[in-house]
Design a protein around this ligand. Structure first.
Ligand code: NAD
Length: 295
């Protein structure tokens, strides 16, 4: 037996279609959804990632402004976030990491208006998620859910093991899974006997940042494995947190790296931006905020 591959591309395409429909609706109201990405480092990987978001946005008629602030200070970054919060033409804000040395990202993401926090970086967004209120989840965590739902992997009542407890992936993902009635075990770097937990799970999501951490020894036969990890190999390719060669013959389905979770993330960032624009329009109709004419 070989696992079914849970490819990200058909999922991303479905997300892009949802974006297209919403962009068309917004155009009838003269609203162009707009994302602002704040960049404060000259890092090759970051530059590549940010230009890929900008390219994807252009294709989908979502405006995207990249604010390249160079080696900015914490004060400049804070002021920029506040200006973007107040700018009614901006619907989504991303503060791209890494930041210059010595700047604490956690004190800055707190400043992003939760209504524009389309990558779920503000702790308020995570808090809202954890009490079941509407909020933007980090796009990577939501990509995992979109893949599982697209391929009709049942979650209600199922035992899901999440390896990783970061605020970007593991914790918000656990909250999303709970909302879908899964029984969730969160494993982390201090978990004793990882295999004891993962080998009992019907679905295992690996977001540990450790290349090939999950092998055939740690998974249950016929389970579903989602690989969130991304690591650049010596040959310049990409690999994940799952040892795919050994796991694939044993499990029923596996999301590959590359071609899995990462493929969906950018599309979801843009969907969140468009949803933020729709929310803004609805709030302005209810008189909760003002919208200038002809935007
Ligand atoms: P992180 O370093 O912030 O967190 C890693 C987590 O894994 C921690 O909670 C840690 O306790 C746990 N962990 C580490 N070693 C472990 C071990 N041996 N056993 C069990 N748990 C262990 O990383 P992150 O930001 O959450 O990212 C995780 C992975 O996902 C990375 O490979 C990253 O590149 C990837 N990622 C991919 C995307 C995407 O869109 N595809 C986006 C974000 C992150």
């Amino acid at each position: 037996m070989s696992a079914r591959l849970l490819l990200g591309e058909p999922v991303a395409e479905k997300v892009r279609q949802r974006i297209g429909d919403l962009v068309t609706q917004l155009a009838t109201e003269h609203v162009t959804p707009k994302l602002a990405v704040i960049v404060a480092t000259d890092n090759q990987a970051t530059n590549w990632y940010v230009s890929s978001i900008a390219r994807a946005a252009t294709k989908l008629a979502v405006a995207c402004e990249v604010l390249d602030l160079g080696e900015a200070t914490a004060e400049t970054l804070a002021e920029t976030i506040k200006t973007l919060n107040a700018d009614e033409q901006i619907h989504g804000i991303i503060l791209q990491t890494p930041l210059p040395q010595g700047i604490d990202a956690s004190s800055l993401v707190k400043l992003i208006d939760p209504a524009k926090d389309i990558d779920g970086a503000n702790p308020v967004s995570l808090g809202q998620l954890s009490v079941g209120q509407e909020a933007f989840a980090p796009a990577t965590a939501r990509s995992v859910i979109e893949i599982l739902e697209h391929y009709r992997i049942p979650l209600a009542g199922k035992h899901v093991a999440v390896i990783g407890r970061s605020t970007v992936v593991g914790k918000p993902l656990a909250q999303l899974l709970l909302q879908l009635d899964a029984t969730v075990t969160i494993c982390h770097s201090r978990t004793v006997n990882l295999a004891e937990h993962t080998s009992r799970a019907e679905v295992c999501v690996v977001a540990a940042g450790q290349p090939h951490l999950l092998t055939a020894n740690e998974v249950a036969a016929h389970s579903v494995v989602i690989d969130v990890g991304t690591h650049v190999t010596e040959s310049g390719g990409l690999t994940g947190d799952v040892q795919a060669d050994s796991v694939q013959p044993l499990v029923s389905a596996l999301s590959p790296v590359p071609g899995g979770v990462g493929t969906v993330t950018t599309a979801l960032l843009l969907l969140h931006t468009v949803q933020a624009a729709v929310n803004f329009l609805e709030r302005s109709r209810r008189g909760e905020c003002q919208m200038s004419v002809g935007r």
